[in-house]
Design a binder for this molecule. Sequence first.
Ligand SMILES: *Cc1c(COP(=O)(O)O)cnc(C)c1O
Length: 418
Amino acid sequence: MNDSPIPLKEYLMNKSGHFGPYGGRYIPELLIPLMEELEAGFDEAIQDENFLKDLKNLYNHYSGRPTPLYYCENLTKKLGGAKIYLKNEGLNHTGAHKINHCLGQILLAKRLGKTRIIAETGAGQHGLASATVAAKFGMKCTVYMGAKDYARQRPNVFWMERMGAEVIPVHTGGQILRDAINEALRDLITNPTDSHFLHGTVCGPSPYPKINTYFQKIIGEEVRNQLMEQEGKLPDYLVACVGGGSNAIGLFYDFVDDLKVRMIGVEAGGKKIENTAGKFEHAARFQHPEVGVVEGFKSYFLQDEHGQVGDTKSISAGLDYSGVGPQHAYLHDTGRVKYTYALDKEVISAYELLCKTEGIIPAMESTHALVEVIKLAPTLSKDKVIVFNLSGRGDKDLFITTQHLDKENFNQFLKTFK
Ligand SMILES: *Cc1c(COP(=O)(O)O)cnc(C)c1O
């Protein structure tokens, strides 16, 4: 299963930044010394007790860790099979797991003497978490956003600006995330000494996949202890949604060498998995696995027949991305993790089910994992345990969920502000 020469845990954070054929550092010459500085700083920091103490303090007292591992008793009864637990990352400060790697990276930036944060964002969630930690650490923060995203994500732009970030709409290219990433890298090349590029997931050039895996692995480590306390055993299944892959690797990482623990990653199936006229109506990279080198790393990307990176579609902004982290590409090929998908319509009904049975409103991204749990639990015996990652809470999706579940009333309500 694992053809790496060392245990999988070590391999997924190895020094070379390659995971089988994936990963690497495909970037302009000028950025290489910066990535080397970052990696050396990181390797040193995680050996430093004071750094680890500061990180733990921030996790505990700023973000609110450990987050609960909650037994979904009602949902378990309703589905009539395996016991279902959810890891509630939605109770973190800012409402999702993204704060874990933002806190880690800003501590690292401070240690390296940086005074400014550069971030890119699509839907705004990563920009928001970056603006949050920049405010807390008194650093300047510039967030690049495709002009289209800038217009349609006004609430997040508003919050970022309240926390002192400068949000810059990017008018080049398709005016979306890809173009924002290009602008952010251009900024970094221009300001290499004072700025840290805060990467939002386990993608990008080495060492970002390793660094963000390190800062997210707290999720699985807590699950191990919490489940041992509550059930006296390891989980039988772990399930998480996969956008870039950070919340999934955060849940999986601590268990990758426990081969009895099965793992499932869930991608965005969008409207449907078949393509219409060469256009993707989903973001399920593992359903059309094509290897490419994009945005500085080698992995699977959704590409059309000409090798152009395709536009993706999903009800959840956080999963609406054409690439996936290189460690996931490796975990896919080795078979250690199975990857499946959930359709938008399945996500909406799973969302309603969790709200009504447990009183928990899940993020659209996390609900993809829940769809798989709803399919899986009834096929397993009652002594089995499934843990799924509730990567975020659902408040942020108000403008999407209302359009599916309460369109007329909500749009009438919006008009009252005119
Ligand atoms: C951003 C986001 C995701 C997707 O990113 P990953 O790197 O795949 O974890 C998932 N869930 C929530 C709530 C998010 O905000």
